[in-house]
Design a protein around this ligand. Structure first.
Ligand SMILES: [Zn+2]
Length: 278
């Protein structure tokens, strides 16, 4: 997709008031806006607005053609310990990535991809230093959440992911919570991975209405602990890898839950096919 085609769709959905706010949309290259198995969703762009490059409007945010990931190629350091001249194209992989970025890179590898190979965008495109500091209001009855969701409905209909990975799993302000609400899923319906601890992930199978004329999306949503605060447990990462393999083979989460430990191990090796049982 060309940038002008992207903006001609996204611009009217967001509206001028929101487009003028600080923020950004894509955390992966424009080429990832295509059919893909996975979809990574954070909550909203973070960082102080007075730091270089953070005050730019959503409308002026760069779109990258070719392989790129904000989790690999952006320098998020307030004062870069590298050459000090980092740009979004020239972050030093050895020095620049913050722990949040490195943890997302690990999560991408758990899905068998690099971060730049997975479509990534925040649930909310407006930037704020913290999630609680985000102003979600707009003039009239519009909300930032609804405007951004209308763009995600377009994205999701293009990507049609089998698995959506949210960065953060909280029941308060998080991408996980927003997707629970869109899918009408309650806390009782959310499954715990691993031991259900702070460093473990959560998941649910959800159905998402993508708007008029578009087929509903069925996808598994996995929320990992917020990467700036927690490293996802090894047990949860292993299970995420298994669920991802299963999801791309078209097996439901319900079916996965019925599998024995031994069968799950077979999934992990990638040889169990849909419908196969032992
Ligand atoms: Zn840097």
């Amino acid at each position: 997709m060309r940038p002008d085609a992207f903006w001609s769709e996204v611009g009217p959905l967001l509206g001028e008031e929101l487009l003028a706010r600080p923020g950004s949309i894509l955390y992966s290259g424009l080429d990832t806006l295509w059919r893909g198995s996975f979809y990574i969703m954070g909550y909203n762009p973070g960082g102080r607005l007075d730091v270089d490059g953070h005050g730019g409007s959503i409308r002026s945010a760069g779109l990258h053609e070719g392989p790129w990931s904000a989790y690999e190629h952006d320098c998020w350091q307030e004062s870069c310990p590298g050459a000090g001249a980092c740009t979004s194209r020239a972050a030093d992989q050895a020095i620049c990535p913050k722990v949040h970025q490195r943890r997302v890179q690990v999560i991408a590898r758990t899905l068998g991809r690099s971060a730049s190979e997975i479509f990534s965008a925040n649930a909310i495109f407006a930037r704020s230093a913290t999630a609680d500091a985000l102003d979600t209001g707009l003039s009239g009855n519009a909300t930032v959440e609804d405007r951004c969701w209308s763009v995600h409905q377009w994205f999701l209909d293009i990507v049609r992911p089998e698995l959506i990975e949210t960065l953060g799993k909280g029941y308060g302000r998080s991408a996980f919570r927003l997707l629970m609400d869109r899918a009408n899923v309650s806390e009782q319906d959310v499954l715990k991975l691993g031991l259900g601890g702070a460093t473990d992930a959560r998941c649910f199978p959800g159905g998402f209405s993508l708007g008029e004329g578009r087929e509903e999306l069925r996808a598994i949503v996995i929320g990992v602990p917020h990467p700036s605060r927690f490293q996802t447990s090894a047990a949860s990462l292993e299970e995420i890898g298994e669920i991802a393999k299963m999801a791309v083979q078209g097996v439901s989460l319900e079916r996965y839950q019925q599998l024995t430990e031994g069968q799950r191990a077979i999934f992990h090796d990638g040889v169990l096919r849909p419908g196969q049982s032992s």
